[in-house]
Design a protein around this ligand. Structure first.
Ligand code: APR
Length: 169
C-alpha cells in the first residue's frame, strides 16, 4: 500500500530514503531543485555524478531516465536524479515527464527505498504548466506498481500546493 502525501517546503529538508532531483542531462548541477540538492548535499553528490558521466552515462542521462547516487549530507540515503523534458508547445512530451516518475520509482524499488520525495519535475526552469505537471505526476505514481510505502510530493509554493492537492483529491 503506497500513501501519496503532499508537503509545501524545501525538498532538501525532507527526511526520506530517497530524494528525487530535477536534474539536467549533464548531471553536473544547475539551479532550482538541482542547485539546492548539490548545495546542501555537498560535493560527494557531484563526485558521484561525475563518476556516472565517466562510466555508464558518457553522453549524459537521457530525458525521462533516472539514476541514483549518494545523498551526501542530506537526510536521505540516496538522491535519484531524473531529467525532465523541457515543455514544448509544438510537441507533446508528456510521456517523457511520466517516465521521470515511473523510472524514479523503479530505481527506488531496486534500492529498497520505501519513502521517496519528488519535486514538481519540469514545472520550473523547464516551463511545464503546473496543473498539467501535477496531473502527470499524480496519475503516473498512482499507475505505477511500487514497494514504496510513501511517495511525498514536495512543492515550493502555494500555487503548486493547490495544483497537486486538486489532483490528489
Ligand atoms: N524544493 C522543492 N521544490 C523546489 C525547490 C526546492 N528547494 N526549488 C525549486 N523547486 C520547485 C520549482 O518551483 C518547480 O516547481 O521545483 C519545481 C521544478 O523546478 P526546477 O528545479 O527549475 O526544475 P525543472 O523545471 O525540472 O528544470 C530543470 O533546472 O535547475 C535546473 O539543472 C536543472 O537544467 C535543469 C532544470
Amino acid at each position: 500500500m503506497t500513501t501519496l502525501t503532499l508537503v509545501e517546503g524545501d525538498i532538501t529538508d525532507q527526511s526520506v530514503d530517497a530524494l528525487v532531483n530535477a536534474a539536467n542531462s549533464s548531471l553536473l548541477g544547475g539551479g532550482g531543485v538541482d542547485g539546492a540538492i548539490h548545495r546542501r548535499g555537498g560535493p560527494e553528490i557531484l563526485a558521484a555524478c561525475r563518476a556516472l558521466r565517466a562510466s555508464r552515462y558518457g553522453k549524459g542521462l537521457p530525458t525521462g531516465r533516472a539514476v541514483a547516487t549518494t545523498a551526501g549530507l542530506l537526510d536521505a540515503h540516496w538522491v535519484i536524479h531524473t531529467v525532465g523534458p523541457v515543455h514544448s508547445t509544438t510537441e507533446d512530451r508528456s510521456a517523457l515527464l511520466a517516465s521521470c516518475y515511473r523510472t524514479s520509482l523503479l530505481v527506488a524499488d531496486e534500492l529498497g527505498a520505501r519513502t521517496i520525495a519528488f519535486p514538481a519535475i519540469s514545472t520550473g526552469i523547464y516551463g511545464w504548466p503546473l496543473d498539467d505537471g501535477a496531473r502527470i505526476a499524480v496519475e503516473t505514481v498512482r499507475a505505477t506498481a511500487t514497494a514504496a510505502t510513501e511517495v511525498r510530493f514536495v512543492v515550493f509554493d502555494d500555487r503548486a500546493h493547490e495544483a497537486f492537492a486538486a489532483h490528489l483529491g
